[in-house]
Write a new protein. Structure first.
Lengths: 129, 642
């Protein structure tokens, strides 16, 4: 009885730890970027993450052991105008009215500098019409 | 053994046939026709280059006429494929038939890029070059060679593979119909006024062939009979009209044919679930059923940071706080000037008393006339010089401009939040913007832009007439026909918004008119305009083409408010702008020649412009403004005191 109590407590602890670590965003900025620029980019990335979660995560984020895995999009996949049209499903939900250029810019900044997850984006999905 | 060999040979050959047959199948009649037409166009251009190279003396009248005829043949062939070229690769199309020698493109798709310079090329410029006094064969061949090179891009895989599904067809057609209402009948890209209507006829005839080839290859998503029948009638109409574009009935052509065809095409876009792969479709709404409907073109985002809000109750809350802020001088440096001071909601969101508003320090006047905020959202770039990309940036720029509202970016948020009522509302609204951790200037300016944008959704008698809801006087119809033809207004003020945004609505155009500093034409207005933002020879004194909607109610006119009546404005254009009035404007984009408009024609033109006045509702200013906890901001007057 006591043992299971300890185990469940441990489990809860692990879950809390996992959640808190996934909530804290980590980014990789080029070393030549000055710290003040990094700080302002971090702010944009944080906003970009929130917008990513609203607009993109539904289809693009996978979950493993409670951890969010966000794919590593290549720079050509992140071209602003390609994002809008590369995928048939994007057209009604990623248009200028739904995701204005400013928001799209923040999402792209986030996806550019987020730390790598090792998940590759399937090119076939992107070119599908 | 032998049997085995024979069998495998048989198998291989049959496999070969199956595969070759399979390939045959993928190239349907429609695609074949496309390839054949593109190649035919290239062939004609090659022959044209050869004609020029072979001719011994290009400056002789006879050779000139021969080359001219050959050029016209190329243009006619171009009309046969215009339907595809313009949509499938807009940049290559401009190399084939761009209207200007040098153009600064502002169609920066995501607005983060700088405008870029494009050297002119193509058939229109070659045609114009023929009119020069001394013709260099190399120069002429160069213009056509660029067009020929650009034609090659239409045979690239990335373009031809679009033809294998039906989607592109309806989007090509949508752009085609929008241009029929905006540029094809106005001479926008046609160097010779006499060939405008013959070229239009050619365009319509050839496009009908494309329709039939398409329907043959895509029977399941075919153009319906309603569309095809109405299209034939449109063609009949053009055939019975005068070949002179000044006598062509532009009004009836657009109202009775082009706009209904557009509606039918939009229906099919929805029915067949057409989806876009183009970079230039983002600005257009599939739900719009008429060209003359305010929901056709998304334009700017009036909601700003509240972009995702859909709940009507929350939207009403944003609108209400936006209205208070619009009338609240707390945004200004001295707490005495509000948005409404210059953009008076009951004067069509502008001020009509002075050429330009008083400066912040009361000691002088602003350099530019206050433009109306009505329909500001239907623009790619904002301000007369195109310096701002979004409505929110525009609002912020005015609030913080030291000679306009004299506010301070860091201060005005704090000042607004010193009022309990504002703070309460924005503390609730911040839940709508989860990416933001605190209330920012973006929240404040977004509420303002959302408030005034609803006034841009109203219609004018002209829109009602175009949608067959009312009839307009014959003299007004005549005025519109003059607008579209002889007066050349429509080559810059494109229908339906009558500003410098032409289909597919992804860029703003600028013009150099040589507007004088005063009505005596003593000098050109010293304002450098677009040059201040993007300095170059072609941008000196250039200004963004503003809307003509509500023009009768938004005097004075031009960037500096120099003219007080529409009669003066029409006379300015009729006499060739600055150059026509003796000013030295080497880069003027308006012809310096007279338009030869009769007095009656000028009167009709103004009558037409008066039908662009929209039914803007009267606004009641708020009774009082939210009280601030800071004594300094306590005695603010609704709307300010300017």
């Amino acid at each position: 009885m006591r043992k299971s109590y300890v185990i469940s407590l441990l489990f809860v602890g692990v879950v809390i730890f996992a959640c808190s670590s996934s909530r804290k965003n980590s980014y990789v900025f080029p070393t030549e970027m000055s710290s003040s620029v990094q700080a302002s980019y971090k702010e944009i990335c944080d906003k970009g993450k929130v917008l990513y979660d609203i607009h993109c995560a539904h289809c693009h984020t996978t979950k493993k052991w409670g951890k969010e895995l966000i794919p590593d999009f290549t720079s050509s996949q992140l071209e602003a105008y390609r994002i809008r049209i590369a995928n048939e499903r994007h057209e009604p939900i990623m248009n200028d009215e739904q995701v204005p250029a400013e928001d799209l810019g923040m999402i792209m900044t986030f996806l550019t500098y987020k730390s790598k997850s090792g998940i590759v984006v399937n090119q076939k999905n992107l070119d599908n019409h | 053994m032998v049997r085995k060999v024979v069998f495998s040979v048989f198998l291989l050959t049959s496999l070969f046939f199956i595969f070759s047959f399979h390939q045959e199948e993928t190239t349907n009649t429609y695609v074949k026709y496309y390839l054949q037409q593109i190649n035919a166009f290239k062939q004609i251009e090659k022959e044209l280059v050869q004609t020029i190279k072979d001719s011994k003396n290009l400056n002789s009248v006879q050779t000139k006429m021969q080359v001219q005829a050959s050029l016209q043949a190329s243009r006619n062939k171009l009309k046969a494929i215009d339907f595809w070229l313009r949509y499938l690769d807009p940049l290559s199309h401009k190399k084939i038939n761009g209207p200007l020698p040098v153009e600064w493109e502002t169609e920066v798709f995501e607005k983060f890029e700088k405008p870029y310079k494009r050297e002119g090329a193509g058939l229109t410029l070659a045609y114009l070059y023929l009119e020069e006094e001394k013709i260099e064969p190399q120069e002429l061949v160069g213009l056509i060679q660029k067009s020929l090179d650009a034609s090659d891009s239409y045979l690239n895989d990335s373009i031809t593979r679009e033809l294998n599904s039906y989607h592109h067809f309806y989007l090509c057609n949508r752009l085609f119909l929008l241009n029929l209402a905006s540029i094809y009948t106005t001479g926008f890209e046609c160097p010779d006024a006499e060939s405008i209507i013959p070229e239009l006829e050619q365009l319509l005839v050839q496009t009908e062939i494309i329709y039939l080839k398409y329907n043959e290859s895509y029977p399941e998503t075919a153009l319906n009979n309603n569309y095809l029948n109405l299209y034939s009638k449109a063609l009949q109409f053009v055939k019975t009209q005068s070949q002179d574009f000044n006598k062509f009935n532009h009004y009836s052509f657009i109202k009775d044919f082009v706009n209904p065809l557009f509606g039918l095409n939009q229906e099919m876009i929805l029915k067949y679930k057409v989806s876009s792969r183009s970079l230039v479709d983002y600005s257009l709404n599939k739900q719009a059923t008429s060209i003359f409907s305010k929901n056709l073109y998304f334009g700017q985002n009036p909601k700003g940071i509240f972009n995702r809000v859909k709940d009507p109750e929350v939207l009403a809350q944003i609108e209400a706080v936006g209205k208070l802020l619009f009338y609240d001088p707390i945004l200004s440096g001295n707490n005495e000037r509000s948005c409404a001071s210059c953009h008076n909601p009951n004067s069509y969101f502008t001020q009509t008393e002075l050429p330009s508003s008083e400066s912040f320090d009361h000691k002088g006047f602003l350099g530019r006339n206050t433009p109306t905020l009505l329909n500001a959202q239907f623009n790619h770039l904002l301000m007369a010089d195109g310096s701002q990309y979004t409505l929110q940036m525009q609002a912020n720029a005015v609030i913080t401009n030291p000679v306009e509202m004299g506010g301070n970016e860091n201060e005005f948020v704090e000042k607004v939040l010193s009022c309990k009522d504002y703070k309460k509302v924005f503390s609730q609204l911040i839940k709508q913007t989860p990416q933001e951790t605190k209330i920012t200037k973006e929240h404040i300016v977004s509420a303002i832009t959302y408030y005034y944008s609803k006034f841009s959704l109203h219609t004018s008698p002209f829109d009602l007439a175009m949608n067959n809801q009312i009839e307009l006087d014959e003299s007004v119809q005549g005025g519109f026909n003059i607008f579209m033809s002889k007066a050349q207004c429509a080559t810059c003020h494109f229908a339906p918004h009558f500003n410098g945004v032409k289909p597919p609505y992804v860029g703003s155009e600028f013009e150099i008119l040589g507007v004088p500093a005063d009505t005596n034409y003593s000098s050109i207005s010293p304002d450098k305009g677009r040059y201040e933002i993007n300095p170059s020879d072609e941008t000196l004194h250039a200004f963004r083409t503003g809307t003509l909607r509500n023009i009768a109610q938004t005097k004075p006119y031009m960037h500096n408010g120099v003219f007080n009546t529409l009669e003066q404005v029409v006379s300015f254009y009729n006499n060739g702008g600055g150059v026509g009035h003796g000013l030295l404007v080497p880069n003027q984009t308006l012809s310096g020649d007279s338009l030869h408009l009769s007095l009656e024609e000028q009167v009709q033109l103004i009558k037409f412009m008066e039908t662009l006045t929209e039914d803007i509702p009267k606004e009641t200013p708020p009774n009082q403004l939210p009280v601030s906890s800071n004594a300094m901001y306590k005695n603010r007057i609704v709307g300010g005191i300017y």
